[in-house]
Design a protein around this ligand. Structure first.
Ligand code: TRP
Length: 342
């Protein structure tokens, strides 16, 4: 009998699955927008956190740096508090069943709908010279990542919601055609915890690829952190009591909320309202508080990066955990779809 409740598995806990591509360095937005929540979730749910190395091949065919990037993304996540003893931390390419399920799901995915995917259209615009079929079927592979664990919840940002919707579509199509195997995965909603971390140049949010001087990376050294914060846009200060803050000033206050003490923030709020704020001092304070926050994560990640043996063990243990649900799901999939004739 198939239990259709999301996350039904050996344990009673609900199953959560998410992936992160090993491209670029993790930044403050990744921490406060995602990783910090993963760290909480690992206490309550059966968590699968996966390094999407196969996905990275769709846009980064040169693999010279892949090993370092995979190690770094693991090391940084662990340094932020993800615990390989609690969650399954693994690499996509180590669990072959994902690729097998991807093949089955490809027969249920129509090229017309894949071509309409927003991320696909963005990518062909950015790289017209490399419009490969893997890029087109990127959402199918992502659906396989999720469905292979029959996961109920997927913590993703806005930019991945369409992909999650497609995963639900493929789950429904499979169930309709071959029998009820897959729960439909839902977006995991962090509620108030869903924070957007503003970039330091006053526009948009921190990002892996855009304007590196406006983004604080977990690997930035103390001097770099200070330099980036001191360059953040400010002005001469408000001319009237209790003014509305311009966006770029609001952003600096917002960053302070993440790492500074409440009384410090209140002092600068009051200075702003009384037109006596000195943005130079405020940025110095923010820089020191940010250094105090990022420095231990950076050092811990660097130590883990040096310990290849430990990283190997983490990946092996994670893949072993991920294979349990993957092997079980593929057995059901093969049987349900009629490939059970020997
Ligand atoms: N596509 C996601 C991103 O670019 C990464 C990812 C791969 C993912 N597989 C996943 C996210 C499965 C959630 C679930 O951020």
């Amino acid at each position: 009998m198939t239990d259709m409740k999301p996350g039904a598995g050996a344990s009673k806990k609900k199953t959560v699955m998410s992936g992160i591509r090993p491209t670029g360095f993790l930044h403050l937005g990744n921490y406060f927008g995602a990783i910090r929540n993963y760290v909480k979730m690992q206490e309550e749910y059966d968590c699968f956190f996966m390094v999407a190395d196969l996905h990275s091949l769709t846009t980064h065919p040169d693999t010279k740096e892949l090993k370092t990037n995979v190690h770094r993304v693991l090391a940084e996540n662990i340094a932020c508090g993800l615990d390989p003893e609690k969650a399954a931390l693994f690499c996509q390419s180590h669990v072959y069943e994902i690729s097998e399920l991807y093949l089955y799901l490809n027969m249920l995915a129509y090229t017309g709908e894949l071509e309409k995917t927003v991320t696909f259209k963005d990518k062909i615009r950015q790289h017209p010279e490399n419009v490969n079929a893997g890029l087109l079927t990127y959402p199918v592979l992502m659906a396989a990542d999720i469905l292979i664990h029959r996961a109920g919840y997927v913590p993703v940002g806005k930019d991945q919601e369409q992909h999650l919707e497609m995963a639900r579509t493929y789950a429904k199509r499979f169930n309709h055609r071959y029998g009820e195997i897959f729960p439909e995965p839902e977006a995991f909603n962090f509620g108030e915890n869903l924070l957007k971390i503003p970039s330091l140049d006053g526009g948009g949010k921190m990002s892996k690829s855009e304007n590196q001087m406006a983004t604080l990376y977990l690997a930035d050294d103390d001097e770099m952190i200070r330099k980036k914060i001191m360059k953040a846009k400010t002005d001469a200060g408000p001319a009237e009591l209790n003014s509305v803050k311009p966006d770029y000033i609001e952003n600096i206050f917002q960053l302070m909320q993440l790492v500074s003490a409440q009384d410090v923030i209140e002092k600068f709020e009051s200075d702003f309202n009384h037109c006596s704020i000195r943005y130079g001092n405020m940025k110095k304070q923010l820089a020191e508080d940010m250094v105090r926050f990022i420095n231990p994560i950076r050092q811990k990640a660097a130590d883990i990066m040096m310990d290849e043996k430990y990283l190997q063990e983490v990946m092996e243990k994670g893949a072993e955990k991920a294979r349990v649900s993957s092997v079980a799901t593929m057995k059901m999939v093969r049987e349900a779809s009629g490939l059970n004739y020997f």
